[in-house]
Design a protein around this ligand. Structure first.
Ligand SMILES: [Fe+2]
Ligand SMILES: [Fe+2]
Length: 167
């Protein structure tokens, strides 16, 4: 059971690095909030590296959908950033809301078992909550079509989670 958890979590953190890479490719380093985005991207890289290491230690294979998440994550990040900096933040807020929920569900499921994994999830969940707060403070809700954009991204995120659990 924890193998599937680790697989989906690594896929998510990998996807997060790709979303931020897409955002930064469009925004460059001088756009409003580029520094915050770069800082969040660095944290995602750290999350991913820790899950990579735990997977290697436990011999868990990554999701076969990694190439898809690489392309889809980058396209999502770049696409939102093309709409504007607030849409990029709306993307981050939507994703982090789903990841917060996902990590909370996993911690409930683990219920004290596998403390090594639970510790990472708890630590990362705190970071993701901060990312969401950062994105909201940076004007996520002022993005054009915020409700629609946010709803679509959250739906896509849930589908990605469901698929990565299975494949
Ligand atoms: Fe993360
Ligand atoms: Fe995050």
């Amino acid at each position: 059971m924890t193998e599937a958890m680790l697989r989906v979590d690594q896929a998510g953190e990998f996807g997060a690095t790709r979303i931020y890479a897409g955002q930064l490719a469009v925004m460059g380093d001088r756009a409003p909030h580029a520094a915050e985005v770069a800082a969040m991207a660095a944290q995602e890289a750290g999350h991913r590296a820790k899950f990579d290491a735990l997977m290697a230690k436990r011999g868990v294979r990554p999701t076969a959908l990694q190439p898809l998440w690489s392309a889809a994550g980058f396209a999502l990040g770049a696409g939102c950033a093309l709409i504007g900096p607030e849409a990029a933040m709306a993307c981050t807020a939507a994703i982090e809301e789903e990841i917060d929920r996902h990590y909370s569900e996993q911690l409930d499921e683990l219920d004290g078992s596998d403390p090594e994994l639970a510790e990472l999830i708890t630590e990362f969940r705190a970071d993701e909550r901060e990312h969401r707060a950062t994105a909201l403070a940076a004007g996520a809700e002022r993005a054009p079509g915020y409700m629609l954009l946010s709803g679509a991204i959250r739906l896509g995120c849930r589908a990605a989670i469901a698929l990565s659990k299975r494949i």
